[in-house]
Design a protein around this ligand. Structure first.
Ligand SMILES: NC(=O)c1ccc[n+]([C@@H]2O[C@H](COP(=O)([O-])OP(=O)(O)OC[C@H]3O[C@@H](n4cnc5c(N)ncnc54)[C@H](OP(=O)(O)O)[C@@H]3O)[C@@H](O)[C@H]2O)c1
Length: 389
């Protein structure tokens, strides 16, 4: 064994010992995790698998701000739409998780963050390749691992579905199950290869904020900035959950510095919030007159093709508990939540900036099937129904 390699393995085993202590701290006293700080936590070398889409650029900002070094590994296709200026300070490695990991061979990092995990085999291969050269594996999973969401107060200890059931009703259910099952098995693979004491799993709910390419949440910044009669789906008490992507990124980097291992639901807001309350709070981001019209008739919403308007999802069947995930462990470990108005304003500003193409905007704002285009019609039908009844 050459000296460098011996030194590295000695360093790895020391790091593993430190992670074990932090992991014990999680069960004994979560407060211990974020207060731990020693010289080894500064200037970490962090590899992000992915890093150029949504969560990645915010992790990069948080990490660079705190004096760490970043390498990203992507195919070189996706371009960031926030923090573009920071990428000149990032080492960008090119390959493909499907079949080309050469750029990762023979390299050492303190931490690898697996953002781009879309197949169990991808995580298996990168974990195997990096296990002796990297101290910690951070896997970005999802609260999708809890699908079907049949209970409330879903904690990290809930047992997970590891196989897509044979008999399923439709394509949609297969997709829902498929994503959660892939994430759950990827978590297991990461833990099996790196060991529990060197693995951190983060399970975010809907992440929202600037650079979100899913177009799921953007309805609200667009709509609430316009004011007027605004459709709010759902019954009073229908819970909603979401988390600002920047809060996840900042907190994750602190968890990494504290050498935290374990599994965490990355879920906000801090206290239970229902949909009406969410829209009320969010509307305060914009200085316009808004009248909220709550539509609390699930059948009417289904008939009018509004089974969800993220963060609200019609809470029935397999989705009943999708916004009933427990966030106590994450909050105890230091996850904090910025004001909702800041999320709304910043996302609005990003959406109407040069970083987003007119084509992308039109896709949402001129979508004949989207709620933005249909809202007036649905509200008129709702009013007519009320007047009849
Ligand atoms: N968005 C949400 O609300 C949400 C909620 C829960 C969990 N999550 C999870 O959060 C994670 C982060 O998502 P993100 O979009 O923010 O991640 P990201 O790291 O910002 O972007 C995804 C990255 O994967 C890279 N990539 C895609 N295919 C690749 C391949 N074959 N080989 C190498 N790189 C590849 C892309 O670059 P190239 O295209 O250039 O290769 C891109 O940089 C995901 O695992 C997602 O499942 C998201």
């Amino acid at each position: 064994m050459n000296t460098n390699r011996r030194e590295f393995l000695q360093k790895s085993s020391k790091l593993a010992a430190a992670w074990t202590v932090a992991a014990v701290g999680i069960t004994a006293c979560s407060d211990a995790q974020t207060t731990e700080s020693d010289s080894t936590n500064q200037g970490l070398k962090i590899l992000i698998l992915g890093g150029t889409s949504f969560l990645g650029p915010h992790q990069i900002k948080a990490a660079l701000d705190r004096g760490h070094q970043i390498s990203t590994f992507t195919r070189g296709k996706t371009k960031p739409t926030v923090h573009q200026d920071l990428f000149s300070k990032v080492e960008s490695l090119v390959g493909d998780r499907e079949n080309d990991l050469k750029a990762l061979e023979g390299r050492d990092w303190d931490v690898v963050i697996d953002n781009s995990g879309r197949k169990v085999e991808w995580t298996q291969k990168t974990a195997e390749l990096l296990k002796d050269r990297v101290g910690q594996y951070v896997y970005i999973s999802s609260t999708g691992v809890y699908y079907p969401y049949l209970t409330e107060n879903i904690t990290e200890a809930q047992s997970l579905v590891l196989e897509v059931p044979d008999a399923l009703e439709g394509e949609e259910q297969k997709l829902e199950y498929g994503y959660g099952v892939m994430k759950a098995n990827s978590e297991l693979v990461a833990k099996a290869v790196f060991g529990e004491e060197r693995t951190l799993v983060v399970r975010p709910t809907y992440m929202v904020g600037p650079a979100d390419k899913t177009n799921r949440f953007i309805h609200w910044p667009i709509r609430l900035s316009q004011g007027g009669k605004t459709l709010v789906p759902g019954k009073t008490g229908d819970p909603v959950q979401y988390v600002d992507v920047r809060d996840v990124a900042d907190w994750m980097i602190r968890l990494i510095e504290a050498k935290t291992a374990g599994v965490f639901n990355a879920v906000g807001p801090s206290k239970t919030q229902d949909m009406y309350n969410f829209v009320e709070k969010a509307s305060a981001a914009f200085d316009v007159e808004t009248e909220l019209i709550q539509i609390d008739d699930y059948d009417f919403l289904k008939e009018n093709k509004i089974p969800y308007l993220i963060p609200w999802i019609l809470p029935e069947g397999n989705n009943w508990g999708s916004a009933r995930v427990n966030n106590q462990q994450a909050v105890a470990s230091g996850l904090t939540f910025r004001p909702l108005t800041a999320t709304l304003r910043d996302t609005h500003e990003w959406w109407f900036s040069d970083s987003v193409s007119q084509e992308q905007r039109d896709k949402v704002m001129k979508d004949a099937n989207g709620v933005l285009m249909r809202e007036a019609e649905v509200l008129a039908a709702w009013e007519a129904k009320q007047n009849k009844g």
